[in-house]
Design a protein around this ligand. Structure first.
Ligand code: ZN
Length: 234
């Protein structure tokens, strides 16, 4: 049982964990669906792939799509390892989830069973959601900088709440509706999160690159992008 982190707590935890290439999207601190349903207690940190790639994605996950209002996650991670802070509060990322999958993260079991068909749990109320830029196509790689930043992001949440790596789950582990979301080995991913949690947050092994390669976009350019997308969505 955990009270969701505040925006300031989240930023501090990310920076402590060595996530340096961060973009705070304008309005992210109050971007949520709390008027539509519960948010918290939180018990899990979910990882997703976007199923598409490109510069429009930050705006889409912030605002949503025609069929699904945003935010569509809490954080969005590009293939270059840049983390966009998208929402704070209830977000449309998990939908309903299977009870056996949820029980596994809630109780931090080492076994994460294939999800039941029935989905009685409101996943958006109980789980953070990290979206990662990847088409989801067979063979589409996850660049090391993206993968290991995802490890840091999920480790930061676990560390803050005192969770083990078995509080991390994939969308594909939570529902049969998303059988390949994301197309990564979750046993390995949880092992990598668990390894980080054995060390201080500042731990930075040479094999896990995080260095930003490009300057962050200005808030003005982000505003313009979000506005353009809003028009598209409406
Ligand atoms: Zn997903």
């Amino acid at each position: 049982m955990a009270v969701p982190m505040t925006p300031d707590q989240w930023l501090k935890a990310l920076r402590a964990e060595g996530v340096t290439d961060i973009v705070e999207m304008p309005g992210w601190r109050s971007n949520n669906r709390n008027h539509k349903g519960a948010w918290g207690s939180v018990h899990a940190a979910m990882i997703h792939h976007t199923g598409g790639e490109g510069a429009a994605l930050p705006g889409i996950v912030f605002n949503g799509r025609d069929d699904l209002p945003g935010p569509l996650c809490h954080d969005y991670l590009t293939r270059t390892g840049r983390l966009y802070l998208v929402g704070n509060g209830r977000a449309n990322h998990a939908g309903t989830v299977a009870k056996n999958a949820y029980d596994a993260v809630l109780n931090e079991r080492s076994a994460h069973p294939a999800p039941d068909a029935a989905e009685p749990i409101d996943g958006n109320a109980v789980s953070y959601g990290l979206e990662c830029e990847n088409t989801g196509a067979v063979g589409r790689d996850w660049p090391a900088v993206q993968y290991y930043t995802a490890v840091r992001v999920q480790a930061a949440r676990c560390r803050f709440h005192g969770w083990t790596a078995d509080s991390v789950w994939a969308h594909k582990e939570a529902t049969r509706r998303k059988p390949v979301d994301p197309r990564i080995d979750m046993a390995k991913f949880r092992r990598d999160v668990a390894e980080r949690l054995k060390h201080p947050a500042s731990w930075s092994p040479p094999t896990t690159p995080t260095t930003p390669t490009k300057p962050a976009p200005t808030l003005a350019s982000l505003d313009a992008r979000v506005t353009a997308l809003e028009k598209k969505v409406k």
